[in-house]
Write a protein that binds this ligand. Structure first.
Ligand SMILES: [Zn+2]
Length: 190
């Protein structure tokens, strides 16, 4: 009888043992902010992720460490050209092999007003006094991990800005092509 009761007792619940292989999204393993395509991920020496990503332009690759502030947007040894996938992967891998920074907090997405203000300042900075200047949305790519908006969202926000402040920004559209944006020249002070 005693033996029977003993065998019917529920088995004690073992503490959940989290295996080392369990995914850790907080360190960037699965992080994929809006508007960014992650091409590759590497672990640094402290399990922070080093990203290789693209944003507006699928041909331009960027490297960003989610442990330390390391980023790479151009290849200084090749006349500052943008990075192809192979070069970006090599840089990310080399950084991951030497970086010991712990995973830092992933940047929270800013609110819409903050992103619109960022875009407005970006246009302002591009202006000069004498002529309109084309501004390229891919120039925002290195900031896309913090902006966290899709290409369409950014283009729509720029269209809205051009509509609201035509003396600041001009948009030109043509059939079947992405819109082009031009920072208007400043009115010379008389
Ligand atoms: Zn690093």
């Amino acid at each position: 009888m005693m033996f029977s009761l003993f065998t019917r007792r529920p088995a004690p619940v073992a503490p959940v043992d989290v295996p080392a292989a369990t995914r850790r999204p907080e360190c960037g393993e699965t992080w994929s902010p809006a508007g960014v395509s992650v091409a590759q991920r590497y672990y640094n020496q402290a399990h922070a992720v080093v990203l290789v990503y693209t944003a507006y332009s699928p041909d331009r690759h960027y490297v960003a460490c989610l442990g330390c502030p390391f980023t790479k947007v151009r290849d200084l040894s090749k006349d500052w050209t943008s990075l192809g996938l192979n070069d970006a992967a090599e840089i990310a891998n080399a950084h991951a092999a030497t970086c010991h920074a712990l995973p830092r907090d992933l940047p929270a997405g800013p609110n819409d007003d903050a992103v619109r203000e960022h875009l407005r300042k970006w246009v302002e900075v591009a202006r000069n006094r004498v002529e309109e200047v084309e501004i390229w949305v891919e120039a925002l790519d290195p900031a896309r991990l913090t902006l966290q908006r899709t290409d369409d969202w950014i283009e729509a926000a720029l269209r809205e800005l051009a509509h609201d402040e035509p003396s600041l920004l001009l948009v030109r559209t043509s059939e079947g092509a992405r819109p082009r944006f031009f920072a208007r020249h400043c009115i010379p002070v008389s």
